[in-house]
Design a protein around this ligand. Structure first.
Ligand SMILES: [Mn+2]
Length: 209
């Protein structure tokens, strides 16, 4: 019995990967993920600050992540950042599959010096975003801080998750965004972890998510 459930668990875990390509007139994006990775990242989104943030997701989520994108960044970074969020959401939805055996809920608090952020996620199947980050500056380097909500909205709508993001305090805008992405990675890791006491069981009284 124990051996059987261990084998079923191993079979399930080995499949949690996805390779998604999304092409529009504005952007061309390929994302490859392995939810049971070691935090390896290969990132070329065309937006260096976004690469820095995606690296946080991979590292702190223990997710292997490859993101290749070309977009109309000669206009601005808006379409590329939003579409990477959308494609990442699609990749997560595909990799997580029927969600059997996952923990489902995840949360994390991450500080960085004076800044503290909290992210709570539910792989509910219902898209929902609460984004409360009172940015202290409009830009971090070349990056428009408003694009971070576009990224998460794209992700949430296509991953089918409920996501609550709160920056609880902070002065430095780079720290504000970075703690949000780090906490997002940690929350993802917790939610996607296979619960050894619930092997193969969908974590809902409805029986599906
Ligand atoms: Mn940084």
């Amino acid at each position: 019995m124990r051996l059987q459930s261990t084998l079923r668990l191993a079979a399930h875990v080995s499949m949690r990967q996805a390779d998604v390509t999304r092409n529009t007139s504005e952007t061309k994006i390929q994302i490859v993920i392995n939810l049971d990775g070691s935090g390896k990242a290969e990132l070329a989104s065309g937006v260096p600050f976004l690469d820095h943030m995606l690296d946080q997701i991979a590292r702190h989520g223990m997710i292997d992540l490859k993101v290749m994108a070309t977009g109309d960044t000669h206009i601005d970074d808006h379409h590329t950042v939003e579409d990477v969020g959308i494609t990442l959401g699609q990749a997560f939805a595909k990799a997580v599959g029927d969600k059997a055996g996952i923990t489902r809920y995840g949360h994390s608090y991450v500080p960085l010096d004076e800044t503290l952020s909290r992210v709570v996620i539910d792989f509910s199947g219902r898209p929902g975003l609460e984004f409360n980050v009172p940015f202290t500056r409009a830009r971090v380097g070349d990056f428009d801080v408003d694009l971070s909500i576009e990224f998460f909205r794209g992700f949430v709508n296509h991953a089918g998750v409920t996501l609550h993001i709160d920056n609880l305090r902070g002065i430095n805008a780079h720290h504000q965004i970075e703690t949000v992405f780090k906490a997002f990675g940690r929350a993802l890791r917790m939610a996607l972890e296979i619960d050894p006491r619930a092997a193969g069981v969908v974590p809902s009284t409805k029986g599906s998510l």
